[in-house]
Design a binder for this molecule. Structure first.
Ligand code: AMP
Length: 214
């Protein structure tokens, strides 16, 4: 079985859960530059990949199971994946933010929105009936309103420190975000017992949860 994780909060929060279940990687994925890690469980290996690639690896069956943020799953579309368990880790909020008053103007053209989360932003502004021009960025969204690239941004907010440090204000919460376990649909059938064991491990580590396949 192959479990796909990503560097950062997901890896930091899932490694202790695996460790509590007696699973240890051959090397420390937090410091190693390797991408594939055997574990002391001969039936389980770990992949450490980019967060936004986790749904793709799992959908194609290159990994049986993965851990991905809801932000990433919404952008991916979640096709060909089961999402049986909310791990409740890496919690934050998807927000619209900008310089004070930015949402009010300008009426003469569509609101310019800079974001990495194009699908999320498009769906949100369609829901509220606002015409927007979306500008895709890959990082440092907070810079866009400051230099006049965009009126507002759509980004993840945790403590709000990054917004505050850049003189930006959070306007609207689009969604609450946490990391989910995702499972390849064929693997769920073919490797049912092993996947249920892994689901139970994570469900226990997160303090219960419904680990039924969805
Ligand atoms: P903060 O300053 O605590 O509000 O964090 C905001 C910064 O951290 C932004 O650049 C976000 O993109 C990033 N961030 C916050 N929470 C998460 C998360 N759960 N996963 C990934 N990035 C995050």
């Amino acid at each position: 079985m192959t479990l796909a994780l990503s560097k950062g909060r997901i890896l930091e929060d899932t490694l202790p859960m695996l460790s509590a279940a007696g699973v240890t990687p051959e090397e420390d994925p937090l410091t190693s530059r390797k991408l594939v890690f055997a574990t002391n469980d001969p039936g389980l290996r770990l992949l450490v990949i980019r967060a936004s690639d986790v749904p793709t690896f799992v959908a194609y069956g290159a990994a049986d199971v993965g851990v991905a943020g809801k932000d990433v799953l919404v952008e991916h579309g979640g096709r060909d994946l089961y999402e049986p368990l909310d791990l409740g880790i890496a919690r934050c909020r998807m927000m619209v933010a900008g310089l004070p008053g930015a949402l009010d103007g300008p009426a003469s053209r569509p609101l310019r929105v800079a974001t990495k989360y194009v699908e999320t932003a498009r769906a949100h502004f369609a829901r509220v009936g606002r015409q927007v021009e979306i500008i895709k960025l890959y990082g440092s969204m907070e810079l866009a309103p400051i230099v006049g690239l965009a009126d507002v941004i759509v980004d993840l907010v945790d403590t709000g420190n990054t917004l505050r440090a850049n003189g930006l204000e959070a306007f609207t919460e689009i969604d609450t975000i946490s990391s989910r376990l995702v499972v390849n649909k064929a693997s769920m059938k073919m490797k049912h017992a092993a996947i249920q064991r892994l689901l139970a491990t994570f469900a226990t580590a997160t303090g219960g949860g419904d680990a039924a396949a969805g």
